[in-house]
Design a protein around this ligand. Structure first.
Ligand SMILES: [Zn+2]
Ligand SMILES: [Zn+2]
Ligand SMILES: [Zn+2]
Ligand SMILES: [Zn+2]
Length: 204
């Protein structure tokens, strides 16, 4: 983000956009915190022009502060789809929380780079390496049960047809035996009749 901002708005000590800018009498600007620490720790001189400088001779940089407060720039992740146009003072905070920031899918073996705001949906619904949720297990169980039952009833039907086929010759044989039996019975009754008749004749 900082490459997009004019150098005059960057503090030469911390290299960030200046916060509450202060300047030397030659209009060299720094963050208030940065220059005050420099004056305390390093030397009572401007880090750029080396002129004498103390807390007392430091001026507020009103023009710079005014420009910065009105400066709005694109989010770092504009190219990833973030539509935000943010005041530079809030940019850093926004970028840290921006939903378009790249993150990696945490599912084992995936490692796909996705937008932070899509992470949960990707990891739980879209990712091909997502862990199977319990409701998926139930579904699989039901599918298995259904296909097991389908298979079973088809197998029973097949077995039934097979048995029926194998019984067919037996049935034919049975019918034939029955016919033969009937014939034998008829013959028998004829023989018995004849026997009775001949007995009668013998009596008479
Ligand atoms: Zn600074
Ligand atoms: Zn200076
Ligand atoms: Zn953003
Ligand atoms: Zn994934």
């Amino acid at each position: 983000m900082l490459q997009k901002i004019k150098e005059e708005l960057l503090c030469s000590i911390c290299l960030n956009v200046m916060k509450d800018a202060r300047m030397c009498h030659n209009q060299h600007n720094f963050c208030r915190e940065c220059i005050e620490e420099h004056l305390r720790v390093n030397a009572q001189r401007c880090p750029q022009c080396q002129d004498d400088l103390t807390l007392a001779t430091l001026h507020p940089a009103r023009v710079i502060n005014n420009v910065i407060s009105k400066l709005k720039i694109n989010c770092d992740y504009a190219s990833r789809g973030c539509p935000e146009f943010i005041n530079v003072e809030y940019l850093e905070r926004h970028v840290q929380n921006c939903g378009f920031a790249p993150v990696l899918c945490s599912n084992e073996r995936c490692g796909l780079e996705i937008n932070k705001r899509d992470k949960i949906k990707h990891e739980t619904e879209l990712c091909e390496y997502r862990k199977i949720a319990s409701h998926d297990f139930r579904e699989i169980g039901e599918m298995f049960q259904r296909s097991f039952e389908d298979n079973l009833s088809r197998k029973i039907e097949e077995k039934f047809i097979e048995v029926k086929e194998s019984v067919k010759p037996l049935t034919a044989q049975y019918t034939k035996i029955q016919k033969e039996l009937k014939y034998v019975q008829q013959n028998l009754s004829t023989v018995t009749k004849e026997m009775m008749e001949s007995r009668k004749q013998i009596k008479n």
